[in-house]
Design a protein around this ligand. Structure first.
Ligand code: ADP
Ligand code: ASP
Ligand code: MG
Length: 418
């Protein structure tokens, strides 16, 4: 008997028919003798719908109330799943985050899980129940409902698995594993049987939304065996076959791991670029710009400072697109006058495309292949950033798909058609 955590994403929970299928799949695992905790997302489209309602009423809705609203999506899907499980003849109970409780910090809309109390859940499991726990939400030290950021149900599931020392956490989604890149953008993308933890961490942080970054961090910290697989296979396929399907996130570099230099291509169109033009090239400038932005709780990603001409330089960086206007306003109001900068220019229509692979550590010339591929397609690179196992470029958003396809091909990642 093993303790298994299943997570089902929005599309997998998208209708009562699909929820019934989820219940049948879970029942199969229970009847094979396992204890099951199931973490569902809201039904597909529901979180967007809820947040959209708030935006109809205010351009600047309060983060606390947004969490109050968005958390209802998961509460509905959890209750529905418990009912579907009961209809399958299983005993089941659902809990909202605060009932477990899943304790978080107080950063509304992007809260971090601090601890999970598993006493109640263990008692239910011991009594033979399937426990359903809402994804995406928790409770702050002050007792307010919080949410974990978009895609946060992955993190709920892995955190529950970590807290309960589950034997495995299975992330069921609408694709059958982790691919070399988003298969919806590149149809030739290949599914990986295993992906190293480090590569998965980079891919998630660089925009591959198949797993939320924090779920991968949790899996690494607590060594949670983690697998991404399809919820769209027939629910009655052989359990052992299902248990081996999809993509395993691997913590060891094992022999069977695919040995490509570049393992995947990630992209992110959620960023925007801002340039502070004509600032004096003196000590403390980067701090005065980035420090002000950080004080406003805005994350800065790629940063570039140019060589100076006549003692003046340009300073560019990227922020999340949602923070674009706020950052522009802040720089125009507080930073431009103090620094005597010539102007602040912004471009929200950029994207970041990255190649990721642990093989890059030991191979030279990978970045230059990337730059040549983009140049052959006539794509201008605006910013570049590298680390040991990735190279990212910022380009015009309109070339994103072209860039991803060309790089996927150039690094030999396309599926070999028979
Ligand atoms: P869920 O609702 O199940 O959490 P998401 O939409 O959050 O599903 O994540 C799954 C989606 O992630 C896929 O439908 C796919 O379009 C996208 N995706 C992006 N990058 C990748 C990748 N490298 N491999 C697989 N899927 C990816
Ligand atoms: N429902 C939330 C969202 O849409 C959380 C999730 O799906 O993981 O972001
Ligand atoms: Mg998701």
């Amino acid at each position: 008997m093993a303790l298994i955590v299943h997570k089902y994403g929005g599309t997998s929970m998208g209708s009562t028919e699909r929820i019934r299928n989820v219940a049948k799949r879970v029942a199969k695992w229970v009847r094979a003798g396992h204890q099951l905790v199931v973490v569902p997302s809201a039904m597909s489209g529901e979180t967007n719908r809820l947040l959209g309602l708030a935006k109809e009423l205010s351009g600047t809705p309060s983060a606390r109330e947004l969490d109050m609203i968005a958390a209802t999506g998961e509460q509905v899907s959890s209750g529905l799943l418990a009912i579907a499980l009961q209809a399958e003849g299983l005993e089941s109970v659902s809990y909202a985050g605060w009932q477990v409780p899943i304790k978080t910090d107080s950063s509304f809309t992007k809260a971090r899980i601090e601890s999970i109390d598993d006493v109640r859940v263990r008692a239910d499991l011991a009594a033979g129940k399937v426990v359903v726990i809402t994804g995406f939400q928790g409770v702050s030290p002050e007792g307010h409902i919080t949410t974990l950021g978009r895609g946060g149900s992955d993190t709920s599931a892995v955190a529950v698995a970590a807290a309960m020392k589950a034997d495995e956490c299975l992330i069921y989604t609408d694709v059958d594993g982790v691919y070399t890149t988003d298969p919806r953008v590149v149809p030739e993308a290949r599914r990986l049987n295993t992906v190293s933890f480090e590569e998965m961490l980079e891919m998630a942080s660089l925009g591959s939304k198949v797993l939320q970054i924090r779920s991968v961090e949790f899996a690494g910290k607590y060594r949670v065996p983690l697998r991404v697989l399809s919820s769209f296979t027939p629910w009655d396929i052989d359990l052992d076959e299902e248990a081996k399907s999809g993509t395993l996130i691997s913590f060891e570099e094992d022999e069977n791991m695919e040995q490509a230099v570049v393992s995947g291509i990630a992209f992110n169109r959620d960023e925007a670029k801002i340039t502070v033009v004509g600032v004096p090239d003196t000590p403390g400038i980067a701090y005065q710009i980035v420090g002000k932005v950080a004080d406003a709780n805005i994350d800065v990603d790629v940063i570039i400072q140019n060589v100076s001409h006549d003692g003046k330089t340009d300073f560019s960086f990227t922020v999340h697109r949602n923070d674009f206007q706020r950052t522009m306003d802040l720089l125009q109001k507080d930073v431009q006058p103090t620094l005597g900068a010539k102007e602040i220019v912004g471009d929200p229509k950029i994207c970041k495309v990255s190649i990721v692979g642990i093989g890059m550590r030991s191979h030279a010339g990978i970045a230059s292949t990337m730059f040549k591929t983009l140049s052959d397609e006539g794509i201008n690179i605006q910013m570049i950033t590298t680390s040991e196992i990735k190279t990212s470029v910022v380009i015009d958003e309109k070339y994103m798909e072209l860039a991803v396809r060309a790089l996927h091909k150039a690094f030999g990642l396309d599926e070999q058609k028979a």
